[in-house]
Structures are given as C-alpha cells and as structure tokens.
Design a protein around this ligand. Sequence first.
Ligand SMILES: [Fe+2]
Ligand SMILES: [Fe+2]
Length: 252
Amino acid sequence: MAPTDGVVRVAAVADIHFGPRSESLQPLLAHAAQHADVLLLCGDITNRGLPEEAEALAKELRTVKVPVLAVLGNHDFESNQHKEVTEILNQAGVKMLDGDSVEINGVGFAGVKGFGGGFGKRALASFGEPSIKAFVHETLDEMLKLEAALARLKTEAKVVLLHYSPIQATVEGEPADIFPFLGSSHLEEPLNRYEVTAAFHGHAHLGHAEGKTRDGIPVYNVAEHVLRAAQPNAIPLKIIDIPATQLSGTAN
Ligand SMILES: [Fe+2]
Ligand SMILES: [Fe+2]
C-alpha cells in the first residue's frame, strides 16, 4: 500500500514466540499490509531461539507486503543460536536491528534488544561482584548502541524498537519482584535526549499498554498478550501514525 501523505503508519507487535506449530501469521500480516506502511516485531520473535523456529517465521514473512523491522528478545537467545536466527530472518527480507538504524519514507527507526536492571532510584548499580557489574554493563552497552543508532538518523521523526522496557509504567501489572528483569531506566535516556517520536517494546506480557518517559515521549508495550487483553477479538497489532517531517537540508 502506498504511504499516506506525510505520515508513516507503523504497526507493531512483540512476543509472538513463533515456532513450527504456531498459528499462521497471515491474518496479522494481511492486516499490517492493509493498514500500515511498516511492521515492527519487538523481540521474542521465536520461542526458544531455534533456527527451525526462525525458518518457520521466515516462511510466513516471505510474502509480506510491507517492510518488516525487528529486534531480538531474550527468548531468541535461549539456544545460543541468535546469529543463525538473525541470518535466516535477514535472508527472508526482515531488517534485523541491533544498534542499527534505517529510514523509511522520512521516518527513522533505531532498534536494540535492551536489557534489565530496573527503574529509577532502585535500579541496579555497577558495584560489587564482577557478575553484577557485567549485568549492568550489558544494559549500558545496549543504551550506547541505541544512542549511536539514533545519532545516525537524519530524520526529525524517530521511532525506537526495544524488547525490554525503558520505563516502569508499561511493566506495571507484572509482579513487582520481577520489574528489574523487565527493563531499565538507562534505555529511557536516549529516548529523551534524541526527542524520539515513539518507542515500542514487549517482554512484559502482563504489563500496561502505554506510558510516557519523563519528557513525555510515548512508550507502547506491544506484547501480543497485552494487545489481546485490551482487544480480545482484534488482530494483535498496535498501529500509530508517525508524521514524516524531514529535517531541512537532509536527504531521505
Ligand atoms: Fe516474551
Ligand atoms: Fe522477553
């Protein structure tokens, strides 16, 4: 479908946990092609990160009529074959983002998986045992990759794909004990600094659908479970319009 004037319609879903025995994605893909200009898959795109799961997903996606951008989630790492999973999906035409950015019709997209650590003043600090420091550094690495990806974008409108949440508001509904494993405030910093237009994430299956960063940037939890809980009979896709305003003096 041709892009609507000045607007890029973004459809997003996360946590499809796809595998060979999963229900067909064709209704969802047809809906995305009809109502959106780009489809975002925000991690946990396979159930256990197995190449055969990625192959099954790739087969579904080969006929998709809109560009598909994706980030990996923790499930996609489970079998330590995430490189194979990424390659299979890249071969199927999916643009896999891991600190990468891409522009589509005047809107910039940047994606990373993200990681945990918790939110606000109680977030895990890089102190003590090496394993704690390694945990925090993993989050900081993801933050830096996101920063670098955003810095490369020349568009005014910027959309971020994550698997882990950048704010606490969209993990509310999950048990508070596991908040630190659902996201990190470090991921919020680049969203505010680069005045991102919108951010999408998943991972918090029982979380809240929408929230805002400290600076008011909208954050959408598009975990399939969250979308289905909100509208049980609808196709599980969050679709929003992003105004495609180009910064002056830059090319598309
Ligand atoms: Fe998930
Ligand atoms: Fe997850």
